[in-house]
Write a protein that binds this ligand. Structure first.
Ligand code: CMP
Length: 139
């Protein structure tokens, strides 16, 4: 199972711009199955915990403000090689460097407001999924 799931968030900019449907279509047409999904909003404590690894970076305060300013879509996705394949689908952190046709190339405006999150390892996919979903919310 660990190799087969990843965790994503459609970040507040994606929701604000009305891009939920277009991004989900791109995800599912790329072979990912939605295991769990919800529209939710991070509290400041949630965002500080989720991004704790970045707490000493100069952009941390702006990141927490951005990620808490409106609703997000949180989802768990299943596919063979899910973590790696999803990071390829979303493209580079900086949309200016994201390959043509990737989600960040198509939907993100800047390195700070980059449309989507994707887990960077199987371990983090499991941790991030458990942060947002209980067992009975996963299908
Ligand atoms: P992500 O890689 O999903 O998780 C960390 C987030 O921090 C990243 O997306 C961006 O939203 C933000 N981020 C990363 N690097 C920078 C940067 N150099 N300047 C501003 N925000 C950043």
């Amino acid at each position: 199972m660990a190799n087969n799931i990843t965790f994503t968030m459609l970040k507040p900019d994606s929701v604000e711009k009305g891009n939920i449907g277009a991004i989900l279509e791109k995800i599912t047409s790329s072979g990912f199955r939605i295991v769990a999904m919800k529209l939710t909003q991070l509290t400041t404590a949630d965002a500080e915990a989720f991004y704790a690894i970045h707490k000493d970076r100069p952009f941390f305060g702006d990141l927490v403000t951005y990620m808490t300013r409106g609703p997000i879509v949180a989802a768990i996705l299943e596919k063979d090689n899910a973590v790696e394949d999803f990071r390829a689908l979303i493209g580079a952190t900086n949309p200016a460097e994201a390959a043509e046709g990737t989600i960040r190339n198509m939907f993100a405006d800047s390195i700070s407001e980059n449309a989507v999150h994707g887990s960077d390892s199987d371990d983090n996919a499991a941790i991030e999924s458990a942060f947002h979903f209980s067992g009975r919310e996963m299908f």
